[in-house]
Design a protein around this ligand. Structure first.
Ligand SMILES: [Zn+2]
Length: 113
């Protein structure tokens, strides 16, 4: 008896021994090292492809997490998310300012140039 849907459909629910045997079979499948190696490898590949997409979107960590968690669906989501732009900085002191500020809050330089 294998661990699949037909085994579940043909399960004699009045026989606890058969149900226990099917459960044991399915636990064996879930604890198979090759299954976990595939799952880990697919997660790593998903994260790497997501990071590659994120490299062009200026959001490597965001897109790597999406790729690792969702795989190809995460890649599609990453693809359609907007490109992250770097926060504006003051040309005089190079410190971060808010978009739309007229003057730098750190050094007072005009930001409208
Ligand atoms: Zn400044």
């Amino acid at each position: 008896m294998g661990c699949d849907l037909s085994a579940l459909a043909n399960l004699d629910t009045s026989d606890p021994e058969q149900a226990a045997a099917l459960l044991q079979e399915c636990v064996g499948v879930l604890s198979s090292p090759s299954l976990w190696l595939w799952a880990i490898a697919l997660t790593v590949v998903g994260a790497l492809v997501g990071a590659l997409i994120g490299k062009y979107k200026n959001a490597i960590v965001r897109d790597a997490v999406l790729g690792a968690a969702l795989g190809p669906i995460g890649w599609i989501v990453s693809w359609f998310l907007p490109v992250r732009t770097a926060p504006p900085t003051c040309p005089a002191c190079q410190r971060r300012v808010d978009a739309g500020d007229a003057h730098c809050r750190h050094c007072g330089a005009s930001l409208n140039a």
